[in-house]
Design a protein around this ligand. Structure first.
Ligand SMILES: *[C@@H]1O[C@H](CO)[C@@H](O)[C@H](O)[C@H]1NC(C)=O
Ligand SMILES: *[C@@H]1O[C@H](CO)[C@@H](O)[C@H](O)[C@H]1NC(C)=O
Length: 195
């Protein structure tokens, strides 16, 4: 008994320290990336928002893949100050916007040549809903005078975005931004968890 406890205690000690370290790293690193599913009801007034270094933007992941383990859809609540908007971009997922407040313009390039080309302009307004066809380059901009607030639903999260400097940049030159701004912090962790 004594022999056993004497010989096993260094191993037990190392094991407990390792467990403690794992626990501490999960507790600290895990805090901004709560991949523990989603509570049934949440108050969105209390969810964190950030601009991710983009001026005029306020983004909140209401229900996310990387953040909350959603498999099929992801939902964002975004506010764009007057003059701000999304980059020109495309993605191979479905996307639907519901405009909650304000007004703006959707620019959509429906041409299927080697570059997006001059976009069609669609005015968008509170209570309008926007559907973006898969892979069409587009940009949503607040061209109004008050905040533009949109609820955004995408399929196949996490989103993989190709961005363009302008409407005449070849599709092949568009830059992949992955993980996207709000997935950057947590993506590595969620992938680690899946391994
Ligand atoms: C939701 O959160 C906001 C901000 O903290 C608070 O003012 C409001 O009372 C909350 N709503 C409910 C129903 O708890
Ligand atoms: C949006 O629709 C709802 C429901 O029909 C209505 O109560 C609200 O006034 C509308 N808002 C705007 C800005 O049109």
């Amino acid at each position: 008994m004594i022999l056993l406890s004497v010989s096993s205690s260094p191993i037990a000690a190392v094991f407990s320290v390792a467990l403690l370290l794992i626990y501490l790293s999960e507790a600290t690193l895990g805090a901004p990336c709560p991949i523990n599913g989603l509570p049934i009801v949440r108050n969105i007034s209390e969810l964190p928002q950030d601009n991710y270094g983009r001026s005029g933007l306020s983004h909140m992941t209401v229900a996310g893949s990387v953040l909350h383990g959603m498999k099929e859809v992801e939902i964002w609540l975004q506010t764009f100050a007057p003059g701000s908007g999304t980059p020109i971009h495309r993605h191979s997922c479905e996307e639907v916007f519901v405009v909650l407040k304000g007004s703006g313009t959707l620019y959509l390039a429906e041409t299927h040549g080697s570059f997006p080309g001059k976009p069609i302009e669609f005015p968008v307004f509170a209570n309008s809903t926007i559907h973006i066809p898969i892979n069409d380059a587009h940009q949503v901009k607040n061209t109004g005078h008050e905040d533009l607030q949109v609820l955004v639903i995408i399929s196949r999260p996490p989103i993989k975005v190709f961005t363009y400097d302008d409407w005449f940049m070849p599709h092949t030159a568009a830059r992949l931004k992955f993980p996207y701004y709000w997935d950057e912090q947590c993506l590595q962790e969620s992938q680690k968890d899946e391994l």
